[in-house]
Design a binder for this molecule. Structure first.
Ligand SMILES: [Ca+2]
Ligand SMILES: [Ca+2]
Length: 131
């Protein structure tokens, strides 16, 4: 199957199905684990609100308040113990990575739709007359 066929095929799936199906490189997972270890300043294996606060405000143009951090923590803390463990962190981050991949695919999809509009004879190529 060529690329075009692949993406059109993918378009039949809902976003959730595509998120589940998106393949994540083990390299990305490794990098996220490394990131987690770096954010876990006191090395107790979980991210506290304080560590999350530092992480999210690491970039100087981010101005998250303590209330923002509590909100994020509440969202990501699946077992409700007030800390983010590695699984909770990875699940969230991998979700973000997959969303990025899928939105990149969607942009490709838009391009293809435009391309098809112009490809009047449907042969997959734009001839000078069609452009
Ligand atoms: Ca910690
Ligand atoms: Ca937790």
């Amino acid at each position: 199957m060529n690329d075009l066929g692949f993406y059109i095929h993918g378009a039949h799936y809902t976003k959730d199905e595509r998120i589940k199906g998106a393949s994540i490189d083990s390299q990305i997972e490794f990098e996220l684990e490394t990131l987690f270890k770096r954010l876990d300043v006191d090395k107790d294996g979980v991210l506290s609100e304080e560590e999350l606060f530092k992480a999210m405000n690491a970039s100087s143009h981010n101005k998250y308040t303590v209330a923002d951090i509590k909100e994020v923590m509440r969202m990501l803390d699946n077992d409700g113990n007030g800390k983010l463990d590695k699984d909770e962190f990875l699940e969230f981050m991998l979700g973000q990575v997959k969303l990025d991949i899928i939105s990149a695919e969607d942009e490709m999809e838009d391009l293809r739709a435009k391309f098809k509009q112009y490809d009047l004879d449907g042969n997959g190529w734009l001839s000078p007359a069609e452009v």
